[in-house]
Ligand binder design. Sequence first.
Ligand code: GLN
Ligand code: ZN
Length: 787
Amino acid sequence: IQQQQNNKTSGWAMSLNQSSSNQCTAHNLGFPRIGADRELKKAQEAYWSGKISRSELLAEGARLRALHWQQQKQQGVDLIPVGDFAWYDQVLNTSLMLGAVPERFQDNGVSLKEQAEDIDTLFRIARGRAPTGNPAAASEMTKWFDTNYHYIVPELNKEQSFALSCRSIIEEAKEALAQGHTIKPVLIGPLTWLWLAKIRGEDFERLELLESLVEVYGEVLSELAALGVEWVQIDEPILVLELPSRWLNAFETVYNQLQSAPVKILLATYFDDLNGHTAVAASLPIAGLHIDLIRAPDQLTTVVDKLSPNAVLSVGVVNGRNIWRTDISTVVDQLKPVAERLGERLWIAPSCSLLHVPVDLNSEQALDDELTSWLAFAVQKCREVSVIARTLGGQATPEDKALQAEADSALASRERSSRVHNPAVEQRVAGMTGDMDHRHGAYPERAARQREKLHLPLLPTTTIGSFPQTGEIRKARRQFKKGELSEQSYQQAMEAEICDAVKRQEQIGLDVLVHGEAERNDMVEYFGEQLDGFAFTNYGWVQSYGSRCVKPPIIYGDISRPEPMTVNWSRFAQQQTKLPMKGMLTGPVTILCWSFPRDDVDRKESCLQLALALRDEVTDLEQAGIGIIQIDEPAIREGLPLKQRNWPAYLNWATKCFRISASGVKDETQIHTHMCYSEFNDIIEYIASMDADVITIETSRSDMELLDAFEQFEYPNEIGPGVYDIHSPNVPDKAWIKQLILKAAEKVPVERLWMNPDCGLKTRDWPEVEAALGNMVAVARELREEF
Ligand code: GLN
Ligand code: ZN
């Protein structure tokens, strides 16, 4: 085994004792596929709606691949990643490569191989269509590690078998080679793929599938080698998780098996440190190992020490998860001793695939020159990688030196900038007092006060915040942003929407009303635009899933609230009704999680600043006569670190930030929070520590199962379990709602239950909403008689 390994890497071994004038390879782990102007999204959607043909779609994909390879090459990347392209998702690509097509998407008349090659199969799996065209449950989608990218969860069953089916990776490798590129195909590793899969039907030990799975990988590697490919990158990010020992042991089995393939394997890990798994990773029979030095800089020394003598070490030193410009000089200084030690065996790369950053800063027009000079998107990051590699190899060109100097001065200006540092904000955070993170009275006292003040009936009914964002609302906002509609007319239009929403809610008979969020485009952007310390791009698109892209705001400095953000709207709404009007805010953790954070301070620091800004908003709302205020925190769970042992530290500051935002008010003011698509089992004590008077959660699709955690914990405060799935246009009937809330009442005392939909209603239309909420209110009224 060792013999073979040595042969494969002998070219690298020779350079062991040579020093700094060695060439240092610049490579990339993956490039965004969507296109700088979301061309891929546009083509996909045009294809789905029948506006372009399949061959037009395929041609657009090929054009984008060629462009992106060319761009990377132009920036000086030596080894271009191939196989990072996907029509929908790279995990789904891997499933199709393996022939793992769930049965409900299979067409019995056609061979599995043919189906797996067909992009329509891929779209059907992702979008939920049987080959007949009838609806079939789409494969589940979930977040890729701690990113905001969603992958299609592979499905396995006990009889699962694998065979090389979709050959797109091989075809794309040929395509890139034909275009004259030196490439490094990228695959999601067999263990990571298997770990992320979900078992359908009878449970079994999925590691039993490994052997036949690895065979397919072996075949793919051989075919790639036959094309003349030297290196293949295999991504195994699960190596940074806390793995059960049988999974860890499986790494050895798998990579022992794969080492007979006639290619060199670069095993890529990212998003955290290898930590306890360094020894295992370093001793695998692979030709190279990639580690993430952005998330986990401290692992460098240990990994270098443990690395087998011939192996390449690829260091991820350019942030693949954020948009900040790299401090080239510092990176070069830190890597110099390593470069001396490893010579050509040191490779330079971004920390992870650049899938998670926008494509090209040169497209951007919304940012001023100074801010732009602090940033780097995917194209610029490729350049940074190659400059670092050449500089370390003693081959920096005059342009490289100029870029390094430019980075030095941009970063110096950022460090000093008064746009970044606001002493008043920093002092306020530093001077926070111990009583700011809890309410004045304990929950029972507050509940009594609130009952006295609010006089709500048993099973109070409410909604989560947004009402249908009609075409008219969006059009008005578009016109206002373009300057075609005056501020006054826009305000009047939104106020008319509020009046309409209030009237409809009164007619429906809801107990606690909302203003409807007509004035908000997005629950984070709306606040970010009004806070200091945030910037917004117009081309900062990042793929979220399939054709969906998001444009996260950039937190670049200390955060403060120059003036109230929602108070006028809420006050206006309250003036339209005698019923309680609930104020509506996005919480500090969610705003943080859905933005690009700063890299010069901890996430926690920005979160505290957000918490203080929101705290001022909450007390201003109270003063404006708003007696119930909801602070949405749907993203609390998303912010969890990858390793469970790091959860408590995060959850402590995250929940503390929520409490800081919520605790400036009197006991009689009722604070709500809302969370959707979350599981609570393993974090229920922290959810409880948020001490919201009322929490509304998404439960209808889990048949109230999510309430079990609250029941077992004896969660003391009030809960509004969703009784109505807002993702579907179906109007739930009374019997359905009733059985759900009765189920809830078995788990939580009915005196502490509210009735509400799962989430906001902005994607629905009014007729559905009125019918569904009407049924909900009718059930509440019936039950008030019965209980
Ligand atoms: N208040 C927001 C709304 O109703 C909450 C959205 C969310 O939880 N994702 O739209
Ligand atoms: Zn929600």
